[in-house]
Ligand binder design. Structure first.
Ligand code: IMP
Ligand code: MG
Length: 172
């Protein structure tokens, strides 16, 4: 397993501070109803774990897994690997992503979840990369905007590695 030099872009403290703000906003936006937080595996698992622990209201957690990336290059194809396990009709759903890059994955997931007739669907992404695809309007809660570089850490990987870094960084 290679170990490349990484430049820190967002420290653990910055990320934690921002997650607390996002959680406050989410608490305010979902005052009632049943809330199901749906994490997109694998990349969102660390962000989601931190986020749900800062949200005060009761909620259920579920996961969905899609793949769209082979190596560091988008293949352009989004494939459902496994779907969430509970019905969400009439419930509120918060979809949790690690990063929105081209927005292809997110568009796919939104139409997939909309077909399940949730009462309200909102999207939280730890990171947003401006790729000129007009996907920002699809994201209700953005943690941070990052430069157009390949980023790793805090759940994000490069060929399966670096997810466990406690910060977000880019290769030097
Ligand atoms: P999109 O479909 O192009 O928006 O890409 C979404 C998925 O690609 C994300 O959920 C990530 O898993 C992966 N991805 C996109 N950009 C990066 C990056 O800079 N680092 C690591 N993974 C990325
Ligand atoms: Mg992902």
């Amino acid at each position: 397993m290679e170990n490349r030099e990484i430049e820190v872009l967002l420290s653990k403290e910055e990320i934690e501070g921002r997650i607390a703000e996002m959680a406050k906003q989410i608490d305010a936006d979902f005052p009632d109803g049943e809330l199901v937080v749906v994490g997109v595996l694998k990349g969102s698992f660390i962000f989601m774990a931190d986020l749900v622990r800062q949200i005060s209201r009761p909620l259920a957690c579920d996961f969905i897994r899609v793949s769209s990336y082979e190596s560091d290059q988008s293949t352009g194809v989004v494939r459902m690997e496994f779907d969430m396990t509970q019905p969400i009709a009439g419930k509120d759903v918060l979809l949790v992503e690690d990063i929105v890059d081209t927005g292809r994955t997110l568009r796919y997931l939104i139409s997939h979840l909309e077909a399940k007739n949730a009462r309200k669907l909102k999207v939280a992404s730890m990171l947003y990369k401006e790729m000129g695809t007009d996907s920002k309007r699809l994201v209700d809660y953005i943690g941070f905007e990052v430069p157009k570089r390949f980023v790793v850490g805090y759940g994000l990987d490069s060929e399966g590695v670096y997810r466990s870094l406690p910060y977000v960084g880019a290769f030097k």
